[in-house]
Design a protein around this ligand. Structure first.
Ligand SMILES: [Zn+2]
Length: 150
């Protein structure tokens, strides 16, 4: 049914308003998504740090974060220790050829020390100590207590 001139004007005005409202909602969803991704990143970081603090002090390595969570949480380096020579290499999880949803503790079964295994019948196992950040440590001067050096 054809619209009269007044109705067409009203319809065009309503469409302009709808575009304006849609633009506001679009910007809000982009912002909300960015905030959610930041919260997930922080949650993964806390999970990795909680797991590392338990595993480092000898708790079982089960219930570990996944490779994707470790990378997303800014803890992409798997920290291991050879049972024989006590060397502590780090393995960059971004280069590990496993599915991203693989739990980090499952990698312990395939961790071996190359140096100690060379020429031996059985390969020397290594234990997981935790997950590390690949960022340089923060400036220690910033962590000092204000007024402590008076
Ligand atoms: Zn070794």
């Amino acid at each position: 049914m054809p619209l009269s001139g007044g109705d067409r004007k009203a319809q065009a005005k309503a469409r302009r308003e709808a575009r304006g409202i849609a633009q506001v909602f679009w910007e809000k969803q982009v912002q909300a998504r960015a905030e959610a991704e930041e919260l997930y990143r922080r949650a993964d970081q806390y999970f990795c740090d909680a797991w590392t603090s338990l595993v480092f002090w000898g708790e079982p390595t089960r219930n570990s974060p996944t490779i994707a969570q470790a990378i997303n949480g800014g803890r992409p380096l798997l920290w291991a220790k050879c049972r024989r020579c006590a060397k502590e290499p780090v393995i960059d999880l971004r280069g590990v050829k496993r599915r991203p949803d693989t739990h980090v503790h499952l990698l312990e079964a395939v961790l071996f020390c190359e140096e100690c295994s060379r020429g031996k019948k059985f390969r020397q196992r290594a234990d997981i100590l935790g997950l590390k950040s690949d960022e340089p440590p923060a400036d220690p001067r910033k962590n000092r207590i204000v007024g402590a050096d008076v």
